[in-house]
Design a protein around this ligand. Structure first.
Ligand code: UTP
Length: 296
C-alpha cells in the first residue's frame, strides 16, 4: 500500500512571552506576517503537501484562531455589496483551505505535551507537526520531501538546518550520521537548547516533523525536561536511541526559511517577504535602500 499521511498537527498553545504585550489576548501564531497571520502560511504549507486534515492545539486565546478559519458572514456580505471580489476572496480563502479541528492543551506544559493532545484525533497513523515559528518558502517544499523520506524509511523524520554555531543554544541540536542520500541523515542523538559551546553539531531542529504514532506512548512516559516542560525533543531522542518504529531520520533543509519566533527575526521575515511581493516589492525596495543609506 502506498504511504500516505493526511493529518497535520499545529501546536498554537504557547504563551508567546517574547511578543508581549501583542500576545496578551492573541496567540502569537495570529501575528501578521505582511498581511497574513503566520498560522495561515503554515496551513497553506500543510495543504500543499497533501495534508488537509488539520488539528490545532490551542490555548486560552483560541477564539481568534477559530474565527480566522471560519466564515465571517457580516464582513463577506459587506465586501460582496461593494463588489470588492479581491478582498472577498482573501477572506473566504482561509475558510475553505482545510478541514480544521481544535483541541485545547489545558495548560502550556511544553511542546511534547501539546503534541500528546493530538493522540485521539490522529490515532495509529503517521502524522506531521508544523510550528508557526518557522515559515518555509512554498518554492522549497520541505514537508513533501520529509513525507517521502518517512515513506522510504518507515521512520520518523525531523527537519534540520545548518545554523551558525553561535546560535545552537536556541535550538534542539542533532548528532547525525550520513546516509546514501545527500539530504538525508540518521539522527543518533538529540539535545534541547545545549549551553553555548557544548552543541554536538550545528544541525538544528526547525519546526517540521513527520512522526510515527509510537511517539504518543513515548510522550506519555516523558518527564519534564529543559525549562520544566515536556519536550518533544526528549521523546524523539527516545525514538532515536531505542530505535522505536524505525528510529529518527533528518532531512537537511537548504531552502528558504523565515524565522518568526522572536521579535528581531520576525521583523526580518516581514521585510524579506514584503520585498518579494508583487504588490509591495517595487515600492518597498527603493524605499528600503534609501532608508538603509541614512543609517550609520
Ligand atoms: P515556543 O518554544 O516558541 O514557546 O513554542 P512559546 O511559549 O510559544 O513562546 P515564548 O518562548 O514564550 O515567546 C514552540 C511552539 O510550540 C507551541 C507554541 O505555540 C509554538 O508554536 N507550544 C509550546 C504549545 O502549543 N504548547 C506549549 O506548552 C508550548
Amino acid at each position: 500500500m502506498a504511504f500516505t499521511i493526511t493529518k497535520a498537527v499545529i501546536p498554537a498553545a504557547g504563551l508567546g512571552t517574547r511578543f508581549l504585550p501583542a500576545t496578551k489576548a492573541m496567540p502569537k501564531e495570529m501575528l501578521p506576517v505582511v498581511d497574513k497571520p503566520a498560522i495561515q502560511y503554515v496551513v497553506e504549507e500543510a495543504v500543499a503537501a497533501g495534508l488537509t486534515d488539520v488539528l490545532m492545539i490551542t490555548g486560552r486565546n483560541k477564539g481568534a484562531l477559530e474565527n480566522h478559519f471560519d466564515s465571517m458572514p457580516e464582513l463577506e456580505a459587506t465586501l460582496e455589496e461593494k463588489g470588492d471580489t479581491d478582498r472577498l476572496d482573501k477572506v473566504s480563502y482561509s475558510t475553505d483551505l482545510a478541514d480544521v479541528h481544535y483541541v485545547r492543551q489545558g495548560a502550556p506544559l511544553g511542546l511534547g505535551h501539546a503534541v500528546l493532545r493530538a493522540q485521539m484525533h490522529v490515532g495509529h497513523e503517521p502524522f506531521a507537526v508544523l510550528l508557526g515559528d518557522d515559515l518555509i518558502d512554498p518554492r522549497d517544499p520541505l514537508l513533501t520531501r520529509m513525507i517521502e523520506v518517512a515513506g522510504e524509511t518507515g521512520a520518523s523524520v525531523v527537519a534540520l538546518l545548518e545554523v551558525d554555531p553561535s546560535t545552537t543554544h536556541l535550538y534542539g541540536v542533532a548528532t547525525i550520521e550520513a546516509t546514501d542520500e545527500a539530504d538525508v541523515v540518521r539522527v543518533v542523538d538529540l539535545v534541547e537548547k545545549p549551553a553555548q559551546g557544548t552543541a554536538p553539531s550545528n544541525y538544528a531542529i526547525i519546526g517540521r516533523y513527520v512522526l510515527q504514532p509510537e511517539i504518543f506512548d513515548v510522550l506519555q512516559n516523558t518527564e519534564p525536561g529543559k525549562g520544566g516542560e515536556i519536550q518533544l525533543t526528549d521523546a524523539m531522542l527516545t525514538l532515536a536511541k531505542e530505535n522505536i518504529a524505525g528510529g529518527m531520520y533528518g532531512v537537511v533543509f537548504r531552502g528558504r526559511r523565515y524565522d518568526t519566533g522572536d521579535r528581531l527575526d520576525y521583523i526580518k521575515a516581514i521585510v524579506q517577504l514584503a520585498v518579494e511581493r508583487e504588490d509591495l516589492g517595487s515600492e518597498l525596495r527603493p524605499w528600503l535602500k534609501n532608508f538603509a543609506s541614512t543609517l550609520d
